[in-house]
Design a protein around this ligand. Structure first.
Ligand code: 8IG
Length: 274
C-alpha cells in the first residue's frame, strides 16, 4: 500500500550503504567514481559513454523499484570511463516524485551513488523548453533551479547551502567540450501532468527557462552528500503554450532518439574530463 511505503522507518543513509554493498558485490568493483542518472530521452546514451562491465536490474538492489516510465531502462550499469581504470555508475531510470513513493525513494539513487564512492553526479532529464530557439533535441546545461515541489530531501535542521549547487567548474568544462551549449534555470513542477500555458508563463516570470518533473530534489540530496553536481536537460518539447502543438510522451521519446548521438558523445566527453 502506498501509505505504508511512505512511512519509512529505515534510515535512508543506512539503506544507501546496503545498496552500495550490493552494487560493489554485483559489479566486482569496490568503488565507483562518477554517477549518471539518465532521464527521458537519455537512455540510449549509456552505450556511448563507455564499455559496460556489469549490469544489475534496479530491483535487485535494496531500495530500488522497477522502471515505471516508457523510455527509461530499469538497469544500472558499471561502465568503464575511457581507457582509465575509473568507473561510472549509470542509473538507467529514476524514481519521480509524482510516483508517490516519497522523497526518500526519489533521492535513493543519489545517496547510493555517494555511498558507492562517487564524488560527482551527472543528472540528466527530458524537459519542456521556454525559449523558442531551443528546438526539440537541444541539450541545455542547468545553471540553477526553482524547486516548486514544496519538498526537500533533507530531514531535520540541516541548513545546506545551495549557492553554486550546479557546479560552475563542471559547467565550464561542459562548455569547453561543446561551446554551443546554452544554460538555463530548471523549474521542477510536481507533475505528472504537464503545465498549463499559464503555469509556463509563471515559470518564465519567475526566471525559469526549462520545465520538468525531476532533478531538483536529487541535486539537493547530492549536495548534502558533498558531491559535485552537473545537470543537463534535453529539451524534448516546447513547453505548453510556447508552441501551438499539444504535448505528447511519444514525441518526447522520439526527440530523445533523434538527439541520442549528440547527447551520448557529449556525456562521454564530459565523464572523461570530470
Ligand atoms: I520530457 O513540458 C518533459 N518533461 N513539467 N513539462 C514538464 N515536464 C516535462 C516536459 C514539460 N517535457
Amino acid at each position: 500500500m502506498a501509505e505504508e511505503q511512505c512511512v519509512d522507518t529505515q534510515d535512508p543513509f543506512v539503506l544507501a550503504e546496503q545498496a552500495a554493498a550490493v552494487i560493489a558485490e554485483g559489479t566486482g568493483v569496490a568503488r565507483h567514481d562518477i554517477a549518471l542518472v539518465l532521464g527521458s530521452g537519455w537512455g540510449q546514451t549509456a552505450d556511448l559513454i563507455g564499455e559496460t562491465r556489469a549490469s544489475l536490474p534496479h530491483d535487485a538492489v535494496p531500495g530500488f523499484a522497477k522502471a515505471a516510465v516508457a523510455g527509461h531502462s530499469g538497469t544500472m550499469r558499471s561502465v568503464a570511463i575511457g581507457d582509465s581504470d575509473r568507473r561510472a555508475l549509470v542509473f538507467g531510470t529514476r524514481t519521480h516524485f509524482y510516483e508517490g513513493r516519497g522523497v526518500r525513494a526519489v533521492v535513493h539513487a543519489v545517496r547510493t551513488a555517494a555511498a558507492a564512492g562517487c564524488r560527482a553526479i551527472v543528472l540528466t532529464n527530458g524537459c519542456g523548453g521556454l525559449r523558442a530557439e531551443w528546438a526539440p533535441g537541444t541539450p541545455v546545461l542547468i545553471s540553477d533551479h526553482l524547486n516548486l515541489t514544496g519538498q526537500s530531501p533533507i530531514e531535520g535542521a540541516n541548513f545546506v547551502d545551495l549557492t553554486d549547487l550546479y557546479s560552475p567548474r563542471l559547467r565550464e568544462l561542459a562548455q569547453q567540450i561543446d561551446p554551443d551549449l546554452d544554460e538555463g534555470v530548471y523549474v521542477q513542477f510536481r507533475g505528472p501532468h504537464y503545465e498549463t500555458p499559464a503555469e509556463v508563463r509563471m515559470a518564465r516570470v519567475l526566471g525559469g527557462d526549462l520545465v520538468g518533473m525531476s532533478t531538483t530534489l536529487e541535486a539537493i540530496a547530492a549536495r548534502q552528500c558533498g558531491m559535485e553536481v552537473l545537470g543537463v536537460s534535453l529539451v524534448t518539447n516546447a513547453a505548453a503554450g510556447i508552441s501551438p502543438n499539444p504535448l505528447s510522451h511519444a514525441e518526447v521519446v522520439e526527440a530523445g532518439q533523434a538527439a541520442a548521438a549528440r547527447c551520448g558523445k557529449l556525456l562521454a566527453r564530459i565523464v572523461v574530463a570530470i
